[in-house]
Write a protein of this length. Structure first.
Length: 244
């Protein structure tokens, strides 16, 4: 399922997080100050962005130039959707200043219009060298992160508990996760929980059930972290999913 989200709150910030989907976005007004895969970016109005699945990123929306407003449009595409639609797709995240395309995105209101717009945008993304990002994960790193995800799903949410299970010190676990993901272990584990929660909500689970299953103290605690991570509440996600 494709999802479209509008962000219009001045000063809105996202904690470090990632999506399992491709993220396609347009800065319509103001500017987005962000960090993607360990590298800072300043994205003014008119920028079109593409963020690869699993890429850790964060950001903040602020007014810029003569605009007192902020607005970012985002679409989230299942990882295999571009290929299923026949797109020749970039292999990495990309950001390009394309004001005409950004303006055209404001009138995209259904899937056919989005696909038409995307056919114009994608050939212009990924054309420039983007500099150094986090190192590619080794087999050992991928195995460790997979093990962390499995332990989280089994109910082990303590960093010390996970370090003990892996047979390493808490300090070494902290260094390795920071090196591999750019995130502290507690941030990484919380984001794993929130991504799992997002999928559970889209699969039809209630907010209360999801909060409990993902280890949050209560529904308010879950909603607060969910909004900080994704920029919208669990309730917003359910309303958008039902509308689609």
């Amino acid at each position: 399922m494709l999802q479209q989200v509008h962000h219009r709150q001045i000063g809105q910030e996202w904690t470090p997080h990632w999506h399992d989907e491709w993220s396609v976005g347009v800065v319509v007004a103001g500017a987005c100050h962000c960090q993607v895969d360990g590298k800072p970016w300043f994205l003014p109005a008119g920028t079109v962005m593409l963020i690869a699945p699993g890429t850790v990123h964060t950001g903040a929306l602020l007014p810029h130039a003569d605009s007192a407003a902020v607005e970012v449009l985002m679409w989230y595409l299942p990882a295999n959707w571009p290929q299923s639609q026949g797109f020749v797709w970039p292999q990495t995240s990309s950001f390009e200043y394309l004001p005409d395309l950004a303006k055209a995105a404001e009138s995209v209101d259904d899937l056919p219009a989005f696909i038409t717009w995307l056919h114009q945008a994608i050939p212009q993304l990924g054309l420039q060298e983007k500099g150094q990002s986090l190192p590619e994960l080794s087999l050992q790193a991928r195995q460790m992160l997979t093990q962390l995800q499995q332990m989280l799903l089994s109910g082990q949410t303590s960093v010390q508990q996970i370090a003990n299970k892996c047979g390493i010190s808490r300090e070494l676990l902290h260094r390795q996760i920071k090196k591999w993901t750019g995130m502290a272990p507690q941030q990484y584990l919380r984001t794993l929980q929130l991504n799992r929660a997002r999928h559970m909500l889209l699969d039809g689970q209630s907010i209360a059930e999801t909060a409990d299953a993902c280890g949050f103290a209560d529904q308010a605690h879950f909603t607060r972290w969910f909004r900080r991570c994704f920029g919208y509440s669990p309730g917003d996600l359910l309303v958008a999913a039902q509308a689609q």
